[in-house]
Every structure is written in structure tokens, then in C-alpha cells.
Design a protein around this ligand. Structure first.
Ligand code: ARG
Ligand code: GLU
Length: 710
């Protein structure tokens, strides 16, 4: 469709329907009054103040940043917390052993004494957010260099953060929004005694695995249960067995009522990053260079890993978390590139840039402020592109080889002529950690593929290395590394470290894996990485100005600040979609789909006998819908991204109806370009979550803690 047609039909729509707002956007809770009428028109029955209020308990008091990159919600007056299984995964794994394999079998504390503390896990609750732009920019003049500006901004932020928390146990952080045109202060309370309460077995919590990841229809019970503990005074305290469950200002009410298509719904959580203001040049770099390189290299890596995982059970255990991490980004980028192409984003951005140039030309003030920006961006990306390519090949090829990464992690040992007890301990730990999940045949195959790709494509490689590779040949080099390197010999390495064997340490300096790895990584760290980061910083001022101009040029549009891991509200409606011509997706799935996917021979699709039994007897209790089905997942038009995992999904009354855990594949370009027809977030239905806790795990005492409406 031509741009003109879109504009005209858009205009018509505006005139016909009062609700002209898109479902796009992640809104700031403290400014939610601005969205209130739109939200109510879409079906919301509560007020913006019910969602965010600093003077009274509001929904925001029940939403937390879980760890450093997920969201969770408080569902009882005793600090009971829900988040995704994939957010709790690392903690569940850390409590697991061959005797107690909680990852495989699930874990349920039968009472508070059995709840397990988690070292390093914190939960952050927002106390208040406010605009501090004037204070941050105090002392900034227009004719300053970017560096002068940065110095003042950094100092001001430090002062503001200090002042905001003086005499309290709160933590403060100031973050820019709109690419540095505005600054917000967040005052937080950080709890550090967080205990694991329960987790379903992986074949429920990760049902469908990487095969179903980013896809609809979905049947994953992606949740885990934790509890926040605090000191007896109700304030955060480090782990202590005498700590007490946290009593929140507010916990969420859970609704088991039926939901239907078009129902209003909102997601309240911590989205990590979106980039709506990217220029055509930036999208072009992502779509035509960064993503294709990463996708290609990860395809090679995953094919090799999969081959070995299928052959051998131990390898499957060793590599399943690694493979999940590699595949998650890989699959998202494939979806993102498809979406960017489908929406013709580069072309639309180019048209916007042409419009911008005309808009600037209309007025001399604008010419002075914004003249030449598109050209400046073009010149900038011409410079960035080749360096970005070096970074991609280094990160996704060379440094993705496990032995190389290990060699770099161990390279400190080269500086030491002898090891003190702390170093001994540290290196022993690294060696054990590395070999616990390592298969050297697999890694060698990856080396052969990725090192070949690296040397064929990277340009900026130290000459001595190139000479060596030319002389010896990569194949021979690889054979020698994997047959001769002492670094790859676990027992030998442990012995050298334990005995502080000086002769062997000295010999290690000439180890072929070290001599091959170190010069390349050092060259990257001293030349390529700084060049890339200095260059990237150069766009800070350009991006700030561009964002300001874009907002000024399109006064009819309501802009949301891009996600930056701060608390946001995204709202929309429950809705299916049409992924492709001739296909229609329903808005929800049921346990029928789990049984249809069941395959005892495929790891991702194994169904536990207990679940099958409950299914056979249709023993769904009060968790069935009005058709007698057990709902599992549903989708909506909420604009979400990474970090929204575990976010509460709420209904028109602000009651919890599900946990956000993914997006549909066709819509993963929404970090750059949202589209209401294609973008859907994927939500675990709270009824399936409670069914598993109650009926499957027999942990009804947890459900009894919750506030449930039916
Ligand atoms: N795609 C989701 C996210 O980005 C879920 C990832 C975890 N699940 C998996 N099968 N790897 O985090
Ligand atoms: N699974 C993602 C997360 O961990 C959420 C999916 C998305 O990127 O939207 O945050």
C-alpha cells in the first residue's frame, strides 16, 4: 500500500472511531492519566490511580523487577511471588543435583522451612518515579561539547541520587528517556532474601522447549514460585533464617473468570529495550548485516550442538542451557528480519527521512537546529558498518568457540610465576566449571566451522596470527590445539594449579591454545572494541536531537519512551491473528494441544503420567473454562519485549489473569516496529498455573494463600 493510502485510511479511521490509538507503546505509570481515557475506551474498568499511586497502595506495589532482567508479581500478603520458569531456571538448577534433580522433576516446598534461599537473587520494588530533567540538565549550555555535557550530567545525577535516598534504606537511580531529552528518577527498595517455593518439572515449565520457543500455538507452563523475606521490621535484610515473609502494601487478586477475544488486558512490568527512533541506516545495518551474520553463525553452531545432543544423554544435559541461550537470540532475529522485510521498514524509514528533510527545509529555525542530520547519519553508518562487522565476527564466531573463551578466562595464569591460595581456589573453580559442561569433540567441530568463518570474513586480525594460520593451515592448527593443548586437559590443569607446579606453569606460556587465542583477543580489546564504543557514543547527541525532531515533526502522534528496563504499562486486547495468507490463529490454547503434541521420544514433548491422568479424568477442578476445557496459554496485542518475562497480565478490573512469557514469531520486529496485525505477546493462563500448583503438585496450601475471585 502506498504511504498516501495508509495516511488516508488512517484518517478515515480516526474520524469513524474515537479510539484512534494503536496498541503500540509501553507507558510510564506515573503519567498514566494521559492514557486513562483511551484505556477505558478499550475496556478498562479501573482508574490510572488504581494502577500507580504513591500515596496509597496500588497495583505497582505488587510488581517487581526479578533479578536483573525479568518481572515478577506478589500474589499473597505473605510475599508470595510468581515469575516465569525460564526466569527462575538458573536458581532451580543451582539447587539441583543428581539426587535432587529439581529441574527435571520439579520442586515444591511443603512448608516455609523447606523454602530455599538463593544467593545473588534480588527483587526490586519501585517506591516512586519522577521527572528530574531540569535538575539533571542544570548547568548545561547549548554551545557545550558532548563531553562537557556528559561530565555535568553525570555529576548532577550523582547528586540527585544521593539526595533522594539520604537517611533511608532506599536505592535511587536516574535514567534517561527519549534518548537523553528527559530524565527520570526511580526510588527503589531492594530485597535480597528471596527463596524458591516451587517449580514445575521442565516438561511442564519448558514444554515445547526451543522448538516451540517464540511460537504460537503454545502450551508451556512457564512459571515458578518464590517468596520475598525481610527483617522483622519489614525492611530488606540479607538472608537470615529468622527473617520473616514480606508483607506487601498490595498483592494482586487472581481471577479465574472466563476471558474472551477482545477483552481488555494490560501488562505491568519491566521491558528491557525497544528502538522505535532508529533511522533507515540503523535498521539496514541490523537487517542486512548484524542479524544475517549472527543467524548464519548460530545456525552452524546449533546444528553441531544438536547433532551431539541427540547422540548422547550427558551431552544433552551439558548443552541444553547453552543451546537454549544460543537458540533464543537466533530464532528471535530470524523472526525480526522476516517482520522487518514484511513491513518494509527500511523503505518507510527512508520516506520518513525524506519528509523530515522537507520539513526542515520549510523553516530557517529548523534548518539551523536540524539541518544535515540525515546526511550526518549516513556518514556515521558508513563508518560504523565495517567496524560493526568486525565486532559481529569476533563475538559470534571467534569468541563463541568454547575453548577460546576458556583460554581467555584463564589467561591471568600466564602472568603468575606461582599461585597463592586464593588464585589456586579461583582457577580450580574455573576449570571445574568449564569441564563440567564441556565436550571437546563437539567444540572442535565448532572451532573448525567458526574459526574458518572468522578468518574468511574478519579483516582486522593481527599479522602474526595471519602468517601463522597461512603457514600451518587452520585444519592442522585445530588438530594440534585439540590434541595437544594442556589447557584442554582437565586433570592436568587441576594438578598444575593444585601443586602450583612452576615448571608446568612456565610451559603453559607456550601452550598452543594460549598463543593462538591471546593475541587475537588482546587486539580486539585494545583496537576494535574501543573504536566501536567510541563511535557508538558519537551518535548520542545525534540520537537525542533526532528523537526531539521526530516528536516535533509529528505532533499528532503520542510517543512513548523506548523501553529501558523501567516499570511500564502496555495495554491492548486479547486477540488471535493471521500469521500467513490462509491461516487464522485462535487466541487461546488448552490441554488438548499438550496431548496432541505429546511424543515420548522427543524430549521437548514428553508428558508426565500424572498430567495425562488428570487429563484422562478431566480433573480440572475450578480451573476449567465454561466449555469444560483447561486453558493453557493465550495471546494479546500488548506491546512487550525481553524483560517482560513473568510480567502480570491483568484484566479490566486489574485482576491477574496470566503471566507474560514470550512473543509470537511473526511479531518479534516490534522492538523496532510494532504492528497491531502481527504482534502478539504470549501469556500463560493463570488457571493452568494454579491447576499445576493445586492439582498436579498437590500444593493447594499455596493457592490458599492467594486472593481468588471466580
Ligand atoms: N523466548 C522467551 C524469552 O525470550 C523464552 C525463552 C526461554 N525458553 C526457551 N525455550 N529457550 O525469554
Ligand atoms: N521471553 C522474554 C523474556 O525473557 C519475553 C519475550 C519477549 O522478548 O517479548 O523477557
Amino acid at each position: 500500500m502506498s504511504k498516501k493510502r495508509i495516511l488516508i485510511s488512517g484518517l478515515l479511521l480516526c474520524m469513524l472511531l474515537p479510539i484512534a490509538q494503536a496498541d503500540e507503546g509501553m507507558w510510564l505509570p506515573y503519567l498514566l492519566q494521559l492514557n486513562e481515557s483511551d484505556m477505558q475506551q478499550k475496556g478498562m474498568k479501573i482508574s490510572a490511580k488504581d494502577i500507580y499511586d504513591v500515596n496509597h497502595g496500588s497495583l505497582k506495589d505488587a510488581v517487581v523487577l526479578f533479578g536483573g532482567g525479568c518481572t515478577g508479581e506478589i500474589v499473597s500478603d505473605q510475599g508470595l511471588l510468581l515469575t516465569n520458569h525460564h526466569c527462575g531456571y538458573g536458581y532451580i538448577q543451582s539447587h539441583s543435583s543428581l539426587q535432587h534433580d529439581y529441574l527435571t522433576n520439579g520442586f515444591w516446598a511443603r512448608n516455609k522451612n523447606e523454602e530455599l534461599p538463593n544467593n545473588g537473587l534480588s527483587v526490586t520494588l519501585l517506591v516512586e518515579m519522577k521527572d528530574v530533567t531540569a535538575e539533571v540538565l542544570n548547568g548545561i549550555r547549548n554551545n557545550m561539547t558532548e563531553n562537557e555535557r556528559k561530565t555535568i550530567v553525570t555529576q548532577n545525577i550523582k547528586t540527585i541520587q544521593q539526595k533522594a535516598t539520604e537517611g533511608t534504606h532506599y536505592k535511587a537511580v536516574v535514567k534517561p528517556i527519549y534518548n537523553g531529552n528527559q530524565y527520570l528518577l526511580f526510588i527503589n527498595e531492594v530485597f535480597t532474601d528471596i527463596r524458591l517455593v516451587g517449580a514445575p518439572p521442565s516438561n511442564i515449565g519448558k514444554f515445547g522447549g526451543d522448538t516451540d520457543n517464540w511460537m504460537w500455538p503454545r502450551h508451556t507452563g512457564d512459571f515458578s514460585v518464590f517468596r520475598i523475606y525481610c527483617g522483622k521490621d519489614g525492611k530488606p535484610a540479607p538472608y537470615n533464617k529468622d527473617n520473616v515473609p514480606y508483607k506487601p502494601k498490595k498483592h494482586l487478586t487472581i481471577s479465574l473468570k472466563d476471558t474472551k477475544t477482545n477483552d481488555f488486558t494490560f501488562v505491568f512490568g519491566y521491558p528491557g529495550m525497544t528502538q522505535q527512533f532508529l533511522t533507515s541506516f540503523a535498521v539496514e545495518l541490523i537487517q542486512n548485516q548484524t542479524n544475517p551474520i549472527a543467524i548464519d553463525l548460530r545456525t552452524q553452531r546449533l546444528d553441531i550442538i544438536k547433532k551431539y545432543m541427540e547422540k548422547d544423554k550427558l551431552t544433552r544435559i551439558q548443552y541444553s542451557a547453552k543451546a537454549a541461550g544460543i537458540a533464543n537470540g537466533w530464532k528471535k532475529w530470524i523472526g525480526q528480519n522476516n517482520g522487518l522485510q514484511r513491513l518494509d521498514v527500511i523503505k518507510h524509514k527512508q520516506e520518513l527521512e525524506q519528509r523530515f528533510n522537507q520539513w526542515v527545509a520549510e523553516n530557517s529555525d529548523r534548518q539551523q537546529q536540524y539541518g544535515g542530520m540525515v546526511e550526518a547519519y549516513k556518514a556515521f553508518y558508513d563508518q560504523l558498518r565495517p567496524i560493526a562487522k568486525e565486532v559481529s565476527y569476533f563475538m559470534e564466531a571467534f569468541y563463541s568457540i568454547e575453548s577460546i573463551k576458556f583460554a581467555w578466562q584463564m589467561h591471568g595464569i600466564l602472568q603468575a610465576d606461582s599461585l597463592n591460595s586464593q588464585q589456586k581456589q579461583q582457577y580450580t573453580l574455573r576449570i571445574n566449571n568449564f569441564f563440567k559442561d564441556y565436550n571437546s569433540n563437539l567444540d572442535k567441530e565448532i572451532f573448525d566451522a567458526l574459526a574458518t568463518a572468522y578468518f574468511a570474513n574478519a579483516q582486522d586480525i593481527p599479522n602474526a596470527t595471519l602468517d601463522k594460520v597461512h603457514k600451518i593451515g587452520l585444519t592442522k592448527l585445530s588438530n594440534e590445539i585439540y590434541s595437544k593443548s594442556i589447557l584442554l586437559n582437565k586433570d592436568k590443569m587441576l594438578e598444575i594449579v593444585a601443586k602450583d607446579d612452576k615448571k608446568a606453569l612456565n610451559k603453559l606460556k607456550k601452550d598452543i591454545l594460549f598463543t593462538f587465542t591471546i593475541p587475537i583477543v588482546e587486539h580486539y580489546n585494545t583496537n576494535i572494541a574501543p573504536k566501536y564504543s567510541n563511535l557508538s557514543k558519537q551518535t548520542d547527541s545525534l540520537d537525542r536531537l533526532w528523537t526531539k525532531a521526530m516528536m516535533e515533526m509529528q505532533p499528532e502522534k503520542t510517543f512513548y519512551p523506548d523501553a529501558n528496563l523501567t516499570l511500564r504499562v502496555a495495554y491492548g486486547n486479547i486477540k488471535g491473528y493471521q500469521p500467513k495468507d490462509g491461516m487464522i490463529y485462535k487466541h487461546y490454547t488448552t490441554i488438548e494441544g499438550i496431548m496432541q503434541k505429546e511424543n515420548p521420544d522427543i524430549y521437548d514433548y514428553v508428558v508426565e503420567p500424572k498430567l495425562k491422568d488428570l487429563y484422562k479424568h478431566k480433573d480440572y477442578g475450578r480451573y476449567a473454562n465454561k466449555y469444560g476445557e483447561l486453558p493453557v496459554c493465550f495471546i494479546a496485542t500488548n506491546h512487550t519485549t525481553g524483560g517482560n518475562s513473568g510480567s502480570p497480565v491483568l484484566n479490566a478490573k486489574g485482576e491477574l489473569i496470566g503471566l507474560n512469557f514470550d512473543r509470537c514469531w511473526e511479531g518479534t520486529m516490534s522492538d523496532i516496529q510494532y504492528d497491531v496485525d502481527l504482534c502478539r505477546n504470549i501469556i500463560l493462563d493463570i488457571r493452568y498455573c494454579l491447576f499445576i500448583i493445586d492439582k498436579y503438585a498437590n500444593a493447594k496450601y499455596l493457592v490458599d494463600e492467594m486472593t481468588i475471585v471466580q
